[in-house]
Each structure stands twice: as C-alpha cells, then as structure tokens.
Design a protein. Structure first.
Length: 435
C-alpha cells in the first residue's frame, strides 16, 4: 500500500468508527432548522452534509483542514526556489489532515506522473467533436470516456466488499487526477493551436507540467499555474460542483461518472463559467470606452450602465462570503509581485475599489465584494492565455483535487445515498396557512 493510501486508511477508519458512535449516541439531536426562504432559495446555508476537506466562513473565508490560504502559501512545499505552493501538497493535506513533507510531495508528483497515461480512445473521443465545441464539453466527454477503465466499476461488478469501496475509489481518483492535465492540455492545443501538441515531461511537478503542455514555459506562469491550481481546489461541500460530485458519488457511481457530472455543474454561468464572463465583460468595457486605461469615472459609468440594463457585474458577490474572497486577495498579491503595471490588472484593481461602493449604495446586495473569478482572467491574459472560454477547464482540473479527496472520504466513512425530501407548493401554502 502506498504511503498516502496507508495514511488515508488509518485516518478514515478512525473517523468512521467515531461517526458511528456519534450517530448511535446522538443521532436524534436536531442540528438545523430550515426556513421557507431557504427551502425556496436553493437550500442556501442548510447544514446537511459532511465535508471535512475544507470549510467556508462568511467572514474569514476558506480554510483547508484549518489552514487559510496565506498559511498554505507559507507552509506547503514548493519547487526549489519557488514562490508558490504545489497543489500536490494541498491534496495530501485534504486527504490526511496533515501538512506533507517535501519528500511526500515529491513522491506524489512522481506517482501522478507514473499514472498519467491516457488511452488513445480518449483522445479519439475528443477528436470526434467539432473543434469549436466548448472546451468544457470536450473535457466532460473525455472524462466519461475514461470511465471504461474504472477500477471501482470493475471491482464492484466482481462483488467488492463495502469495506473496500474506499480503496477502489482512491485508485480511480489518483488515476483520473494524474491524467487530467494531459487531457486538458490536449483540448487547449487542439482548439486553439492547430493540434500542435506538447509532450508531457515526466520529471516535472503536476502543475508545472500542465503549464508546459499548454505551451507556456515562463517561470512566472508556472508559478501562477501552481497557485491557481491550489486555490481553486475546494470551497467546502455545498458549492454546486462539489455537491454534484458528492450526490452522484453517493449512488456508488465511480469517480469518472461523478466528476463528469461535477464538471457539468461547474460549466454553469452561476458557478465556474463566471471566470470567463468576468474577462469577457472587461474586454467589452475596454472596447466600448475605447482604451485599456479607462478613468475611474468611465469605469463607474460602465458599471452603472451594466446594472441599469438588468445585468450583474460578473465576479462580484458570493453565496456565502461577506468579505473579499481570500482567493482574490492571493491572486492580487501575485499580480503586485509580478505584473503590477499590466493595464488589465489595473482595471481589476479599479473595479475592486469601485464596484463594492456602487453595489453597496443599492442597499440590496449582501456581499458587494469580489470573488475568485474577479482576478484570474487578468493574470492569464497577461501571460498570453487569452482564450477565455477555456478558463473553466483550468478551474475543473484544480477542482478535481478537492472533490476527489471528498469522494474518497465519502466512501471511507460509508456515507449514505443522498435523498432529501421534497414538498409540493400546495403543501407549502397549507403549511403557511396553518402556521
């Protein structure tokens, strides 16, 4: 058994026994109350699932196993002389609850490199699609194509014990995570660079190799990709893509079925597709104003015009957060250290100053602050990755780390099939009348 699997098994077995004891002794205690507003409003903030890999506080933001993003940037291992953490280290932390050593992260990089082969039929499935098919569609289909090699599906068909579900899910998750950068890079080079593909480097780390296969070898861009892949991994279990992974996985669908479904959720404009909407909106503003160095008054007018048309300012607001997204702040810090004079970055910073002021004056917006999507596009554009309808694929590659760690924990803890109770509007009206 490999070192990560061994540590995960020990941790999960202990927690599984503890949860059984909690259910036995306290299973009838009430944790939450659901309001009608929550019931109609997408079950917002209803406490209804276990998700240990990360937690989200409205004021403090995201914490991964108790560590916030600034702490992770300091504590997680990096490449020699590197400034940004390796996403492999965060995956280890989410799986075990322990900060990894440099040797453990190097092992994981090498292990993912070893597992990163992709069958020809997966590439054939992508090539069967028109080149102008949205990159997220290509990505989701490629993930489904890999399902035929699912270890979980094969072992379940053979009659696997429930106690071994976690083991098969771990193997599928490790294999899938390892292969995603190669698939995602293939889609990018096929869609935007005339099928001029770049071979993987088996000696590189997971994020750095991904950047190389995309066609970028600037040390700063490699650092950006490592940061990007780290901060987009997870955002507690209630967000749409993580919850989809958990829901589909609860049926005992394997990692490939579950992750493809999660990516279909991520592709929605109210979720991961928002990152392409932000930079598209900025480009449209620049074109309409006629300069990439607009004044703050010009920006303020464009914001007000957007709102007057009944549209939203993309990249602002969050379902949970009530402060600026720490992931936005991490990207701002990267920009200040590396590309502070970029005009599009300056627009992002001006928006950060102006948009909260404008939205706050409306008196109806609970969170006028920027989220993670408000900054990422400007960074990518600076380094030459300008094809913004590809950005959600980058998000998806990163999100695999969090949701796969979550799915492994779901199976290790033996969590149940998710099956909430629905009601009819007639029932609701009668309830309101009585109460």
């Amino acid at each position: 058994m490999d070192p990560l699997k061994e540590k995960f098994y020990q941790k999960s077995a202990a927690l599984k026994a503890e949860l059984k004891s909690i259910v036995k002794e306290h299973g009838d205690k009430i944790v939450d109350q659901v309001t009608i507003e929550q019931l109609i409003g997408g079950m917002r903030s209803v406490k209804s699932m276990i998700w240990d890999t990360s937690s989200l506080d409205p004021e403090e933001g995201i914490r991964f196993r108790g560590y916030n993003i600034p702490q992770l940037r300091e504590l997680l291992p990096r490449v020699p002389n590197g400034k940004e953490p390796l996403p492999e280290g965060l995956f280890w932390l989410m799986m075990t609850g322990d900060l990894p050593t440099t040797d453990e992260v190097r092992w994981l990089s090498a292990e993912w490199s070893r597992r990163s082969g992709v069958a020809d039929f997966v590439f054939d499935a992508i090539k069967a699609l028109p080149k102008d098919t949205h990159p997220m569609t290509q990505f989701s289909i490629a993930i489904l194509a890999m399902q035929s090699d699912s270890i979980f599906a094969q072992r379940y068909e053979e009659g696997m014990s429930k106690n071994d579900y976690w083991d098969a899910m771990y193997e599928d998750s490790m294999n899938m995570i390892a292969s995603l950068p190669r698939i995602a890079a293939f889609i990018y080079r096929r869609s935007f660079h005339n099928d001029q593909h770049i071979a993987p480097d088996p000696n590189m780390d997971w994020g750095g190799n991904f950047a190389k296969m995309l066609g970028f070898d600037s040390p700063d861009f490699l650092a950006l990709m490592r940061l990007y892949l780290t901060i987009h991994t997870d955002h507690e279990g209630g967000n749409a893509s993580a919850h989809t992974m958990h829901l589909v996985g609860s049926t005992l669908s394997d990692a490939y079925y579950s992750f493809s479904a999660a990516m279909n959720a991520l592709a929605g404009p109210l979720h991961g597709l928002a990152n392409q909407e932000v930079i598209k909106w900025i480009f449209e503003m620049v074109e309409e104003i006629g300069t990439n160095s607009p004044t703050k008054d010009q920006i303020r007018k464009y914001i007000n015009d957007t709102l007057a048309e009944g549209k939203v300012v993309p990249g602002y607001g969050h379902a949970v957060l009530r402060q600026p997204d720490p992931r936005f702040i991490a990207q701002m810090r990267f920009a200040k250290d590396n590309i502070k004079d970029d005009p599009i970055v300056q627009i992002v910073w001006d928006l950060y100053e102006i948009v909260p002021e404008v939205l706050g004056a409306l008196g109806k917006v609970k969170n006028p602050w920027p989220n993670v999507d408000a900054h990422s596009g400007a960074l990518l554009v600076h380094y030459g990755l300008t094809e913004y309808n590809y950005y959600t694929v980058l998000f998806g590659v990163s999100r695999a780390l969090g949701v796969c760690a979550g799915l492994c924990w779901d199976r290790a803890l033996g969590l149940a099939l998710e099956r909430p109770k629905s009601i009819t509007t007639d029932w609701l009206k009668k309830f309101v009348a009585i109460n």
